[in-house]
Design a protein around this ligand. Structure first.
Ligand code: C5P
Length: 241
């Protein structure tokens, strides 16, 4: 992956060209940011942990009938993915009230949400990813109603599969953010599924094992991320080390 092949550079990932048509390379960086990039650090090993967990869960979900952009890992931090048109939405599914839901609405942190609640955001850094609803999505032509239904059903299915798996690992999936893409009229789960995009609480202690460690200086970020990798380790080469 040559530096001149970078097509897009995000806060925590680079998207690079591949020699194979229809494929892209996604490199997980050690950079970690919060609060719209106002807080920024580089934590050695973070990219590898997020890449490992993402590849593990993409393969796990593919095995359960979810279409994802994942193709294979090229190196421990570089994922080969299917090229597609990204849908500019962040789809958050919440199982337990936390984060911005507690900040913005009258609900106590830790309140179980059953059934899970979906929050949709329009992905635009310059607008700070505002909340969006079905009517606005359809009016702006971001997605037609049928595809919006598929996207929400898929997001709930992903949440169900991941919650069940993580629960077995002693981890509560509090919430997660997903992004989707489209290719040949199929909607694929894209981006990443990692400790940067999920809120994970240790079932026994209630302690954070995700990016909240970094956002709110709650403890050793890399140790938390390593704990997650270690808990799902049997299936991950080099997991937990
Ligand atoms: O901050 P908030 O409570 O809205 O976050 C909900 C979930 O979405 C969390 O798991 C958080 O890590 C994730 N998220 C994300 N990228 C964002 C905003 C939130 O991965 N830009």
């Amino acid at each position: 992956m040559k530096p001149d092949s970078v097509l897009y550079e995000g806060k925590a990932k680079q998207i690079c060209r591949s020699d194979t048509p229809g494929e892209l390379m996604m490199r997980f960086k050690d950079d970690i940011t919060a609060f719209d990039g106002k807080k920024h650090d580089v934590l050695e090993g973070k990219g590898r942990y997020n890449a490992q967990v993402s590849s593990f869960f993409f393969e796990y979900l593919e095995g359960r009938g979810i279409e994802t952009h994942y193709i294979r890992m090229e190196t421990p931090t570089v994922m080969v993915v299917r090229e597609m048109e990204m849908i500019p939405l962040e789809v958050v599914v919440r199982n337990v009230a936390a984060g911005s839901m507690v900040r913005d609405y009258p609900v106590e942190e830790g309140t179980p949400l059953d059934p899970p609640v979906i929050f949709l955001h329009y992905k635009d850094d310059s607008r700070h990813d505002p909340m969006i609803n079905d009517e606005v999505i359809i009016t702006l032509g971001i997605l037609p109603p049928e595809e919006l239904d598929i996207l929400k059903e898929t997001a709930l299915a992903v949440n169900m599969h991941l919650s069940a798996y993580l629960d077995e690992c002693g981890i509560t999936l509090v919430d997660l953010k997903m992004e989707f893409g489209r290719s040949d009229s199929t909607i694929y789960l894209a981006d990443e599924i990692s400790m940067d995009s999920m809120r994970l609480w240790d079932k026994k202690t209630g302690k954070s094992l995700d990016k909240d460690l970094y956002r709110f200086d709650k403890g050793d970020v890399i140790a938390g991320y390593a704990t997650v990798v270690g808990r799902i380790a049997p299936e991950i080469p080099g997991g937990g080390r």
